[in-house]
Each structure stands twice: as structure tokens, then as C-alpha cells.
Ligand binder design. Structure first.
Ligand code: PLP
Length: 334
């Protein structure tokens, strides 16, 4: 069992480029008018393009190595960034990487199916298992069984690397943010980021709880409904915190489900507008599946003051979780 108490003792491989930078977004702030905006560049964690799965994989792959795994299995959508980062570190560690891939948007578009993350996965040597959406978990089990039948010792990584072990990567990130904020002599009132399988948000929340520290974490959902994601994140936070006798309050889980649009992986008009605005003001590249929707959420909260918990005097840190590699798969869908 992984705990906050012993997270320093949990094995960890070090391949991420850390700490990632925190930069002011003065031009975007000026364009929007409102709170002080900063960005944390977790899109630059270094692993075949980087992104938020890299921090989780430092802990997960350490366990895989300890268990002497000789194959990795994971799952994701066609344009999954998690699959790309897992394929990259598997390649570096010399482990075959089986990826169970589904097409959640049911697109036949060649760019979506072959470009972007899929092109990179191909170069990274991922072994593809294309399956119908909704059958990913059973297919992961089937492949695990088949590999075991061949005398192999496969290690399964869940969707998005979002178990308590993977989330430790974001407990570490919370510590990193607090230390950087200390050096910058400011404190962040809000951390805003794209949230999907919940590990990033849960790790951040647990990390701030552990430090009795203030930043509130707001996850803009890219996949689940507000209630489903809140529940998923809360369960993970409790699991991480339980053995250290910390009892986190459900009120710490802030989720906004208003920016998913038609569904996971389907781009939205407001997401596309946010991608253009971030690019044209800050030179920062967001993506249509996660960070564009998260930025659309942040923009809308800033503009629509009513019911907005973020005040104009607040310091807001947008955690850029990566994903721009997926843009190339969306060239015809945007
Ligand atoms: C996976 C992913 C997320 C969501 O992170 P979770 O830990 O799954 O909630 C956000 N942004 C990008 C770019 C991702 O690839």
C-alpha cells in the first residue's frame, strides 16, 4: 500500500525533466482581464513530447521493474497521450508495450487513426490491439492471460496510470509547486487543470492536504460527469491519505463538468477558441481533448463573474498537462 507517509520510500525511477517551469501568462491575463495567471509547464516533462503521465510513470515503472515485469500492458483511446508516454518509457527500459486502443469518437478519419500520438506510438514500437470502445478492460485481461500462458510476467497499468501509486507523481508535483511558490514569494489560490481519469487531481489534492496548504484544485472534466469524477477523485484521495491518518474533506474536490461538450475526445468550438487564444497570446500549444477544454473552462469562469469562485485578486496556476501531439490527429476534425 502506498501512503503519503512513506511516499519518499516508494521506489521511483527518475526520467522526467523536473522541476517543470512556472511562467507568468501576462498577455493572456491582459486579454481576459481578471486574476493573475501563471502556467506550470508539465507539457515539458521530456518523455517523447512530455505530459502529465510521465510523473506517474516514474512510480509505476519502478514497481514494474521491481516485480521483474517483462512486458507492459496498458489501454487508451486512439489519440491517448498516456499510451504514448507509456510506450516511450517501455522502449527506454527495453520492455515490449502492449497497448489496447479504442476509438471513443468512432471516427474513420485517417489523420485521427494514424497521425498524432498514433504516429509516435508506431515509432516507439507499441504493439497495438485495436478493440471496440467499452471492451478495453476485458481485452487487457485477455492479453494479460495470454502472455502469462506463454510464461511471461506482464505488468498492467490502468487507464491514465490513475491508481494511488501513479497519483504519487502529483503528490510530488504539489510539493514542487509549493516550493516554487515559496521561491517566487507568492501563493497560488487556485490550480486549474484538465481532469479525466482523476489521478492528477487526486495527487495534487492529497499533496496539498499533506502540507496543510491552501491552493484549491479545480479539475475541468474532459471525460466523466461532475459527480462521477468527484467521486473517483475523492476515493483516490482517501486511499492515498488513509494510512497517514489524514481525513480529507469532500469539499476539497472541485470539479467542473461543463466543458466536455459532446463527449470525451470530441473537440468543442470553445476549446478551439481557447487553443487559438493561448497560442496567440502566450505561444503555448494546447490540445483539443484536454487542455483546450480546461482553458475554455478557465476563460469562461473569468469572463462570467456570476457564481465564479475565482476572484480577480487571486493567483491562478494553470497546470498544462500536455497533449499537443494529439493536435495532428485532429487536423480534419477541428
Ligand atoms: C491524461 C491527461 C489528462 C488527465 O489526467 P488524469 O490524471 O487522467 O485526470 C489531462 N491532460 C492531458 C494532456 C492528458 O493526457
Amino acid at each position: 500500500m502506498v501512503t503519503l507517509n512513506n511516499s519518499d520510500d516508494v521506489s521511483r525511477l527518475e526520467f522526467a525533466h523536473l522541476p517543470t517551469k512556472i511562467e507568468p501568462m501576462k498577455a493572456l491575463q491582459k486579454a481576459l482581464g481578471g486574476p493573475n495567471l501563471f502556467v506550470k509547464r508539465d507539457d515539458c516533462t521530456g518523455l517523447a513530447g512530455g505530459g502529465n503521465k510521465t510523473r506517474k510513470l516514474e512510480f509505476i515503472m519502478a514497481e514494474a521493474k521491481e516485480q521483474k515485469a517483462d512486458a507492459i500492458i496498458t489501454q487508451g483511446s486512439v489519440q491517448s497521450n498516456h499510451v504514448r508516454q507509456t510506450a516511450a518509457i517501455s522502449a527506454k527500459l527495453g520492455l515490449p508495450c502492449h497497448v489496447v486502443v479504442s476509438n471513443p469518437i468512432g471516427s474513420e478519419d485517417e489523420q485521427y487513426l494514424k497521425n498524432g500520438n498514433m504516429l509516435l506510438n508506431h515509432f516507439l514500437g507499441a504493439i497495438f490491439h485495436k478493440v471496440p470502445h467499452g471492451t478495453e478492460v476485458e481485452n487487457v485481461s485477455r492479453i494479460e492471460g495470454e502472455l502469462k500462458g506463454e510464461g511471461k510476467n506482464p505488468y498492467v497499468i490502468p487507464l491514465g496510470g490513475s491508481n494511488a501509486l501513479g497519483a504519487l507523481g502529483y503528490v510530488e508535483c504539489a510539493r514542487e509547486i509549493l516550493s516554487q511558490a515559496g521561491n517566487m514569494n507568492i501563493h497560488f489560490d487556485w490550480i486549474v487543470h484538465a481532469s479525466a481519469s482523476g489521478g492528477t487531481q487526486a495527487g495534487l489534492v492529497a499533496g496539498f492536504v499533506e502540507n496543510h496548504s491552501k491552493p484549491r484544485v479545480l479539475g475541468i472534466s474532459a471525460m466523466m460527469s461532475e459527480s462521477e469524477l468527484s467521486e473517483t477523485v475523492f476515493e483516490l484521495v482517501k486511499e492515498i491519505c488513509q494510512p497517514s491518518n489524514l481525513s480529507p474533506d469532500k469539499a476539497l474536490i472541485n470539479v467542473n463538468g461543463d466543458f466536455i461538450g459532446e463527449g470525451y475526445g470530441v473537440s468543442t468550438a470553445e476549446g478551439l477558441k481557447a487553443i487559438k487564444l493561448a497560442a496567440r497570446t502566450e505561444g503555448i500549444i494546447l490540445d483539443p481533448v484536454y487542455t483546450g477544454k480546461a482553458m475554455a473552462g478557465l476563460i469562461s469562469l473569468i469572463k462570467d463573474k456570476e457564481g465564479n469562485p475565482i476572484r480577480d485578486s487571486d493567483n491562478v496556476l494553470f497546470l498544462h498537462t500536455g497533449g499537443s501531439q494529439g493536435l495532428y490527429g485532429y487536423i480534419n476534425l477541428l
